[in-house]
Each structure stands twice: as structure tokens, then as C-alpha cells.
Design a protein around this ligand. Structure first.
Ligand SMILES: O=C(O)c1cc(=O)[nH]c(=O)n1[C@@H]1O[C@H](COP(=O)(O)O)[C@@H](O)[C@H]1O
Length: 244
């Protein structure tokens, strides 16, 4: 059995609201409330709107996954985590390729800051290999190993250096779980309901397949946000998830 922070199937879904428009994001976050577990704000939204924009979305009461994928030297990543910690995100991302010391510093800093501000420590999830990359892309940047082997290596490193979870494609869920433990939270983008466009995603599965494989959290953007009726799309995805 996987230790899971999530109770109802819909709570596994974090909808990626990738937009620069605060009003649009607040409006969609409000409409999705009760139908998904939370909202993911990423680089596009945060670069345009910063902490002030974040606070408008947080005011909807939706849990927020702040996905800024920090990737820098340990001191700089620790400083970035200190800067966003007071916002109280539920999940934060860093890149595992920043290495073991960076991951340890990120985790320690998140814990220190949570204590300082009386907040729950955010789940620090390490991004492994982006879901938009395949073996040929990895070869082009000099990584000879199969994607699954590299994800396994990064999973072991993340787990051993204080991270609470990791981001991987659905195709590596099984190998990531084997390399870690049942407490480790697997945050999984690259989710495409049957028949929806892959766009720039290369390593994908359906929501139900990903949950069956052991995903804790599903990150889903365009299949919900670009749907004619985003709430209906979110509800259909939640209904497709088998309750475990
Ligand atoms: O860290 C992420 O959330 C992430 C990692 C990854 O490997 N692939 C990936 O797509 N994501 C994010 O997940 C979301 C997926 O959006 P859609 O492709 O529209 O469902 C985007 O906001 C990405 O930034």
C-alpha cells in the first residue's frame, strides 16, 4: 500500500493554470474548487505576476503547488526557498540535477522556514527528466542511459537527500516507487485522457493508468484548461480514477 496524503480521487488532481492573466487564473481556480485537489502555478504565471499574483490565487482557498523548478547552486536555491516560503505553498519543485547538497539544503531550508512562519512544511518534489523529453533528446545532451535508468538514479538520490517526493512521467512510476518507498510522493505530469492532444508531452499515460501505476498527484493542465467546459473535463477525469 502506498502512503497517500490524498483521500478522494479528485484530490489527486492539481490543475496547471499556465497563464499570465491573474483574473483568468483566479476565475478558473474558483470554478474548479471542489472538483480538483489544488492549483499549480508555474513559471509563466509567477514570472508575470510574482508573489502578489500568487496571493490573489491563494485567496480562493485552493491549495497551491508552486512549480518554479529551482535549479542552481545550493546557496541560491536555499535563498529562493526562503523567499517563497512565507507564501505557504503546499508543494514546491526543485531540479534533482542540482545534486545531493542542493537537495539537502532545499529540504532543510523549507523545514526551517515553515517553523519560522508557523506553516506546514511544503512538500519538496524533485523534477527528474521532463516529460517533454525522450531518449533521443537525452542522447542529444549527452545522457546515454535509458530514461528509466536515469530517473531511477535521480529518484534514489532525491530520496536519500531529504526530498519528500519527485516529479516523473507516468512511465517511470513503477521504477521510482521501487527505488524509494511508499511514503515518497510521486507527482506526475504527462497526463492525457484518451483522445486528448499530446502537445509537447512525449511520455504520457491516461489519468486512470497513472493512478493505477501508483501516482500520488496528477498534474493536468491543457486537457482541463483548454476544454470547452473545464469543470466538466475535471469531473470526467476524477470519475475515471479508480478509488483505492
Ligand atoms: O514540474 C512539473 O509540473 C512538470 C514537469 C514535467 O516533467 N513536465 C510537465 O509538464 N510539468 C508541468 O506540468 C504541466 C503539464 O501541463 P499540460 O501538458 O498542459 O497537462 C505544465 O505546467 C508543466 O510545467
Amino acid at each position: 500500500m502506498t502512503s497517500d496524503l490524498i483521500m478522494a480521487p479528485k484530490d489527486r488532481i492539481y490543475c496547471a493554470l499556465d497563464s499570465v492573466n491573474v483574473d483568468d487564473v483566479v476565475s478558473l481556480a474558483t470554478r474548479l474548487k471542489g472538483h480538483v485537489g489544488g492549483i499549480k502555478l508555474g513559471l509563466e504565471f509567477y514570472c508575470a505576476n510574482g508573489a502578489e499574483g500568487y496571493k490573489h490565487v491563494a485567496a480562493t482557498g485552493m491549495p497551491i503547488f508552486l512549480d518554479l523548478k529551482f535549479h542552481d547552486i545550493p546557496n541560491t536555491v536555499a535563498g529562493a526557498i526562503r523567499a517563497v516560503a512565507p507564501l505557504g505553498p503546499k508543494i514546491l519543485t526543485i531540479h534533482t540535477q542540482g545534486g545531493p547538497e542542493m537537495m539537502r539544503r532545499a529540504s532543510e531550508t523549507a523545514a526551517e522556514q515553515a517553523e519560522k512562519y508557523g506553516l506546514t512544511k511544503p512538500l519538496i518534489a524533485g523534477v527528474t527528466i521532463l516529460t517533454s523529453l525522450d531518449h533521443a533528446d537525452m542522447l542529444s545532451i549527452g545522457v546515454q542511459d535509458r530514461v528509466s535508468d536515469q530517473v531511477k538514479r535521480l529518484a534514489t538520490l532525491a530520496h536519500g537527500n531529504g526530498l519528500d517526493g519527485m516529479v516523473c512521467s507516468p512511465m517511470e512510476i513503477t521504477i521510482a516507487r521501487q527505488a524509494t518507498d511508499n511514503e515518497f510522493q510521486l507527482v506526475v505530469p504527462g497526463i492525457r485522457p484518451m483522445g486528448s492532444a499530446k502537445g509537447d508531452q512525449k511520455r504520457v499515460m491516461t489519468p486512470a493508468e497513472a493512478v493505477e501505476a501508483g501516482a500520488n498527484i496528477l498534474v493536468i493542465g491543457r486537457p482541463i484548461t483548454q476544454a470547452k467546459d473545464p469543470v466538466a473535463a475535471a469531473k470526467a477525469i476524477a470519475a475515471s480514477l479508480v478509488s483505492d
